[in-house]
Design a protein around this ligand. Structure first.
Ligand code: TYM
Length: 332
């Protein structure tokens, strides 16, 4: 059976893009594949973190993943720093990946901003750690949103380079699995910007933890344009905010975009937003409630992460031990 690996950063404010682009997919895959899902706290410290807040955010994100339908009895869920093989393999890969490959990574450029010399070295080698996450389990498939595609492609390059440097057929080349729908949910305030946990405006996103009133308010305030909704989906290409709201409606209702457009053709945003708001409240409401419950039960979450880490380590340890042997380390 194929093995799935994916990760999510513990940066708080889990938002609708994380849910529709990642978590919901994960929940759907868990019955078909062997799945390993990781809260990537090692990645989080590539930007400065407050230790106390990060601990809480790790629990919060784990709670969101579980509340979003990922069942710890069906798959492995843990936080990255509890399995030291990730860091160990990342070092081996630091000595396989080339500077030129990392120089091309767009996320580094975005996150480092203008002050590149001031960025942590860890932010630069971030995608190398991501390759280690995946390959420590010899995972074959990686479900992610569009924004992670470049990093998964780098993981393939690293796997291939390792195999060819040491003349082995050891690591599989992992496939990015990017679902077509909801691969990129955009900000509610700017249809050209990705919805993100780190956007300073809370009105730009629907958080998984938002209650019904807040969800309704954010949808009401979402930016739109003055035109009514068109009959044809193609006519939305120049209307990014409208397209985004239709995308969200279609993803939440599991309907095609065209069927949503057909239903609301000719109507104004008032009608559409009120239907979207009802839909969002009814689908996200129970998830938010369960997330709240889990956040009030930190011992339960910690136990899930601890048990998950033990299971993860049992898979990763022999793979990383073999990689170290291939590299030529003496183990006495
Ligand atoms: P992160 O924490 O930024 O996001 C987690 C997942 O959510 C998806 N996502 C979105 N999808 C659609 N629309 C959006 N607006 C949106 N925002 C986020 C992301 O594509 C991702 O799938 N580097 C990764 C974490 C990571 C990882 C890994 C992923 C570390 N190691 C190994 C896969 C495999 C990240 O920062 O995701």
């Amino acid at each position: 059976m194929d093995r799935i690996f994916s990760g999510i950063q513990p940066s708080g404010n889990l938002q609708l893009g994380n849910y529709l682009g990642a978590i919901r997919n994960w929940a759907r895959m868990q019955h078909e594949y062997e799945c390993i899902f990781c809260v990537v706290d090692l990645h989080a410290i590539t930007l400065p973190q407050d230790p106390r807040i990060m601990r809480e955010a790790t629990r919060e994100v784990a709670a969101g993943v579980i509340a979003g339908g990922v069942d710890p009895n069906n798959c492995i869920i843990f936080n990255q720093s509890q399995v030291s093989e990730h860091s160990e393999l990342a070092w081996l890969f630091n000595c396989v990946a080339r500077l030129g490959w990392l120089n091309r990574m767009t996320q580094f450029k975005e996150k480092a901003g203008k002050d590149r010399d001031g960025a942590f070295v860890g932010l630069y080698t971030y995608p190398v750690l991501q390759a280690a996450d995946i390959l420590a389990y010899k995972a074959t498939d990686v479900p992610v949103g569009e924004d992670q595609k470049q990093h998964i492609e780098l993981s393939r390059d690293i796997a291939q380079a390792f195999n060819s440097m040491f003349e082995v057929d050891f690591f599989p080349l992992p496939e990015p699995r990017i679902q077509k729908e909801a691969a990129r949910i955009m900000s509610l305030r700017d249809g050209l910007k990705k919805m993100s946990k780190s956007d300073p405006s809370d009105n730009s996103r629907i958080n998984m933890i938002d209650g019904p009133d807040l969800i309704a308010q954010k949808i009401r305030r979402a930016k739109t344009d003055p035109e009514p909704l068109p009959e044809r989906l193609e006519d939305l290409t120049t209307r990014p905010e409208a397209l985004n709201l239709i995308t969200i409606f279609s993803a939440l209702s599991d309907r095609t975009m065209q069927s949503v457009v057909t239903e609301f053709a000719g109507k104004g945003f008032g009608d559409f937003k009120s239907a979207l708001s009802d839909l969002a409240v009814s689908t996200l409401g129970p998830i938010g409630d369960e997330m709240q419950r889990l956040m009030g039960a930190p011992d339960e979450v910690d136990k899930i992460l601890h048990d998950g880490a033990l299971k993860a380590k049992a898979i990763a340890a022999p793979i990383v031990a073999e990689a170290k042997k291939i590299v030529g380390f003496l183990n006495t």
